[in-house]
Design a protein around this ligand. Structure first.
Ligand SMILES: [Zn+2]
Length: 133
């Protein structure tokens, strides 16, 4: 299960909407897997409506902050602007962290963003429950 604060949920939805019509992405972190305390919105270097790519430099500076705050990356977030909130073939292929939650929000109905979370291991996708606290 993934536990999200309402504030973090709102920040993610806001970031996804502000990136529209391109996909938006970001990193989630917390004291342990499944418990998110921080959201770091990131730039989508692809500037694309069908893919995202995180800036490696931006990623390094976030990892530095995580070390300082003694928290770990436990989620990778991105948006789908037209398709459902489910990992694409490319998302699955590029999921390198088996312990990290992959969160996808679909903005296909922008009035009703739909957020889902998955664990991806050896190209097998398993949905996990999200609890908004
Ligand atoms: Zn995707």
């Amino acid at each position: 299960m993934l536990i999200l604060l309402k504030r973090i949920y709102n920040e993610m939805i806001q970031h996804a909407k502000s990136g529209y019509p391109n996909e938006a992405c970001g990193i989630l972190a917390g004291p342990k897997p499944g418990e998110v305390s921080d959201f770091f919105p990131m730039r989508n270097m692809d500037e694309s409506s069908i893919s995202y790519f995180m800036d490696p430099k931006e990623q390094l500076s976030i990892f530095k902050k995580l070390r300082e705050k003694k928290i770990e990356m436990n989620g990778i977030f991105h948006s789908h602007v037209a398709s459902e909130a489910y990992p694409s073939q490319k998302d699955v292929r590029l999921a390198f962290y088996p312990d990290v939650s992959y969160l996808i929000v679909s903005l296909s109905d922008r009035q009703k963003p739909h957020l889902r979370s998955f664990k991806i291991h050896n190209e097998t996708v398993k949905e996990e429950e999200i609890k908004i606290a």
